[in-house]
Design a binder for this molecule. Structure first.
Ligand code: F1P
Length: 346
């Protein structure tokens, strides 16, 4: 994250520069709609971006699985600004979605890790994440670096469109700049997370729940566990629990809540109560110093407080670590999970 922000963001100077946007700022600023397309983890980063762009820049956003988008007949036109997100820059579905949007006259902007990759070449412009390629197959640092770029884009757009007043813009820049040191702090929770992992390594199912900005984090936590430990996991918006998944909850079901103190906190607390009443095992990622959830959960993982729009950059880290430790304890190869390709090129 720090590498991604270096040279681009300086809150004291009020500076935010994404060179790739320079020639396309006009198109970005005047777009009627932003369409985000990606696969897997990158699609989850796109969901976080939907919340960011709509909150700060008040532009309608659609987030599309590239693997679906490319095969239907979507309405796209030259006033659409399409953002394609990819770690590898080689994902065939994302490339096909780009080609489709290009044919319809949209402007395509890439957010990629790999310099000179096929997606970087196919887009009109883009910003590299500066995260470098992932060593393993499953995306981890790519997710946080992608959200870092997308957060900077959202702040820039909000400021340019006048939906973010200067004082708020400056405040958010410094909030964002403070994230890398908070992530460093979160990484120190590794041993605690390893102990939690030891208790749940034999679970057969997991449920991940979050609201608002933490909903895509719930999806990503579940995906990471599936990808590297082969445990069935589902991520849901916490409020959707009562529309189905609640039927799954019993004493055998670990439920991971992302319950940081933000605008949805009270609602998440009541979802935790509902799970507790059904004897589900609760692992909660909370804001440092939280007392309410501590009394209800079986385990709490305390992460530093941050502006809610930037919490995903921190709250995903313990979930990545949880998946990692569970996978290692189950004897899985975390770098090369079965059936999973680094670049899905077909
Ligand atoms: C998308 C993705 C990854 C996943 C795995 C398979 O790739 O679904 O999110 O972890 O590597 O591919 P990309 O377009 O972001 O490279």
């Amino acid at each position: 994250i720090a590498d991604c922000m270096r040279g681009r963001l300086d809150s004291r100077a009020g500076r935010l520069i994404l060179g790739g946007l320079r020639d396309y700022m006009n198109k970005f600023q005047n777009a009627d709609r932003i369409i985000i397309t990606a696969c897997g983890t990158s699609w989850h980063a796109g969901l976080v971006a939907e919340y960011l762009f709509e909150e700060f820049a008040r532009v309608p956003v659609e987030v599309e699985y590239a693997s679906e988008f490319r095969y239907r007949n979507p309405v796209i036109n030259s006033r659409d600004f399409v953002i394609a997100i990819s770690q590898s820059g080689e994902t065939a579905d994302t490339l096909a979605a780009i080609e489709l949007a290009k044919q319809k006259g949209a402007t395509i902007f890439g957010v990629c890790n790999v310099v000179g990759s096929s997606i970087a070449r196919a887009t009109h412009a883009g910003s590299y994440t500066h995260a470098g390629p992932e060593i393993g197959v499953a995306s981890t640092k790519a997710f946080t670096a992608q959200i870092s770029v997308l957060s900077m884009m959202a702040l820039m757009l909000g400021y340019q469109r006048g939906t973010l007043p200067e004082s708020k813009y400056m405040e958010l820049l410094s909030e964002l700049e403070a994230i890398p040191s908070k992530v460093e702090k979160a990484l120190k929770l590794n041993e605690q997370i390893e102990r939690i992992a030891a208790q749940y390594k034999d679970a057969r199912n997991f449920l991940y729940l979050g609201r608002g900005y933490n909903f895509p984090v719930a999806l990503e936590g579940a995906l990471k566990l599936k990808e590297i430990s082969y445990i069935h996991a589902e991520g849901y918006p916490a409020a959707e629990m009562k529309h189905g998944p609640i039927a799954l909850i019993d004493e055998e079901m670990p439920v991971v809540f992302i319950a940081t103190q933000d605008s949805s906190y009270e609602k998440v607390v009541s979802n935790i109560q509902e799970v507790k009443a059904r004897k589900g095992k609760i692992i909660a990622v909370v804001t440092e110093g939280d007392q309410t959830v501590k009394k209800m959960a079986d385990h709490v993982i305390e992460i530093p407080r941050a502006h809610e729009a930037f919490v995903p950059l921190i709250s995903v880290v313990p979930l990545q670590q949880l998946s990692y430790h569970i996978a290692v304890m189950r004897g899985c190869n975390v770098d090369q999970p079965r059936n999973l390709a680094k670049s899905v090129t077909v």
